[in-house]
Design a protein around this ligand. Structure first.
Ligand SMILES: [Zn+2]
Length: 113
């Protein structure tokens, strides 16, 4: 969008110059020309000074520490210790995929180990 602003500023500035050059003894044209050139200068100034928009990154963190204690989770079928990689969060529910026995089930509530 900056290039558009520069083009607009150039056009306005050009008209300003034309007004001043072609004032033909009419002071009102000189005033208009100066105002136009001033406007163009302000446009360029604002474009250059205006800080760039910072990219906003939305980071979604899955918080398991509240209800589920990963260190104490064990497979319901074989009792193998479950790591973070064997747990998935889908639609707000905790799904377990045991890497040892291949069991796949959903934890509905935070179990009391
Ligand atoms: Zn298992």
């Amino acid at each position: 969008m900056e290039i558009v602003t520069y083009i607009i500023a150039a056009v306005i500035g050009f008209f300003g110059i034309m007004f001043v050059v072609g004032m033909d003894g009419q002071w009102i044209r000189l005033v208009i020309g100066l105002v136009l050139m001033g406007g163009a200068a302000v446009l360029v100034y604002l474009t250059r000074v205006r800080p760039q928009k910072q990219e906003t990154t939305v980071v979604q963190k899955i918080d398991l520490s509240g209800d589920v204690n990963l260190e104490q989770m064990k497979c319901r079928s074989c009792g193998g210790a479950l790591s973070k990689d064997s747990i998935a969060i889908k639609a707000g529910a905790v799904f377990v995929n045991c890497p040892y026995c291949g069991a796949s089930y959903q934890i509905e509530e935070a179990p009391k180990w």
